[in-house]
Design a protein around this ligand. Structure first.
Ligand code: NAI
Ligand code: MG
Length: 341
């Protein structure tokens, strides 16, 4: 039996609960798991004085992949900064992947199967901001490089192939940001020519925001820079069920960190009320990354099945708790196993 070594970073609030649910589900699959627990977030800060201790980073580097819950960032602690950005920088997690697929539930638009691929390391988010003219003016630098644009486009095209999404849309604002967005556009379209089996096209970001609402079914992969991707990925996830089910991956060359899109939801913490399906969906993405595509698809099917029969938490109109939903997913996996045998 194949064995994978996975770093588990529960974090704060509902993070540990949803990660525990995901772990329970993974443990019924015909795979061996070695779990390495790591601390991250506000709790880690209170205990160790660092929200991302070096030991946690080492744990992730030693693992095949990491599964991350969520962290709390208290707004009233002046010198405290969320570890999420540092995590992405330290591990060079340059690609943020957000699949948005319809779920069998009335809150979801039908027939959507798209993936937002967001560049995660540059753009306005490099943090080069300054104040000028005695605070009367503030300036931020937007940094775009050929290297980062090329590698994000390659990931986008490879994901399109893997997921059978034939269309890759390069989203930019090159009509106004001629140098920065212009460079991204040029490089992405250039890289896209190496994938003649894909339909590579381009769209302005504002048009894309509209088209996502008007005709989300028309998209395959949307690939874009950091800021646009931040906004479009949140928009897209709301088309197909929202925070309770939205999952994501942060991919680097060496490792990858999988996490639900939602935060630590402090009001739900410790109450067994959080929807674990976003974390379980993220675990399915991790299976795909590990090369266990068949198991990933079995797990995705089981998730959709529990949604279809409403064995879900209150946010999706059900009455189950966090761990009971995990149990329901496990039952679906086992049921399907019997059918196949
Ligand atoms: P949030 O995502 O934690 O919650 C937003 C709303 O969605 C709340 O009403 C919450 O109850 C609900 N919700 C979230 N996850 C849910 C789930 N699994 N099941 C059912 N309902 C769910 O975002 P919010 O409230 O803005 O932030 C709370 C804390 O989380 C803050 O400290 C924030 O900094 C942090 N945060 C952390 C993130 C991360 O770790 N990547 C991402 C976003 C926020
Ligand atoms: Mg966001």
């Amino acid at each position: 039996m194949k064995t994978y070594r996975i770093a588990l970073l529960g974090g704060d609030g509902i993070g540990p609960e949803v990660i525990r649910a995901a772990r329970r589900v993974l443990e019924v699959l015909p795979i061996g798991w070695e779990w390495l627990e790591g601390e991250i977030g506000w709790q880690a800060y209170q205990q160790w004085g660092d929200p991302l201790p070096a030991e946690t980073l080492n744990t992730i580097r030693r693992a095949d992949a990491a599964l991350f819950g969520a962290v709390t960032t208290p707004p009233d602690v002046p010198n405290y900064r969320s570890p999420v950005l540092r995590l992405r920088q330290e591990l060079d997690l340059f690609a943020n992947l957000r699949p948005c697929r319809s779920i069998p539930h009335p809150i979801s638009r039908p027939d959507v199967d798209l993936l937002v691929v967001r560049e995660n390391t540059e753009d306005l988010y490099v943090g080069r901001e300054r104040v000028e003219e005695d605070g009367e003016m503030a300036v931020a630098e937007m940094v775009i490089t050929r290297r980062a644009s090329a590698r994000i486009m390659r990931i986008a095209c490879e994901q399109a192939r893997q997921r059978n999404l034939r269309r890759v849309t390069v989203v930019h604002k090159a009509n106004v940001l001629r140098q920065t967005s212009g460079l991204f556009r040029r490089v992405a379209l250039e890289v896209g020519r190496a994938y003649p089996d894909l339909q590579v096209d381009e769209m302005l970001v504002d048009t894309c925001a509209m088209e996502l609402i008007r005709a989300p079914q028309s998209f395959g992969v949307i690939v874009t820079t950091n800021l646009f991707g931040d906004i479009l990925s949140d928009e897209a996830s709301m088309l197909v069920g929202g925070l309770g089910v939205a999952c994501s991956a942060n991919m680097g060359e060496q490792t990858a960190v999988f996490e639900p899109v939602h935060g630590s939801a402090p009001a739900l913490a410790g109450k067994d009320q959080a929807n674990p399906l976003a974390a379980i969906g993220s675990a399915a993405m991790m299976l795909e990354y590990l090369g266990e595509g068949m198991l990933a698809r079995r797990l995705e099917k089981a998730i959709n099945r529990v949604i279809a029969v409403r064995q879900v938490t209150p946010d999706l109109g059900g009455t189950l708790g966090t761990q009971a939903v995990a149990e329901a997913v496990i039952q679906q996996l086992l049921l399907e196993e019997e059918v196949r045998e």
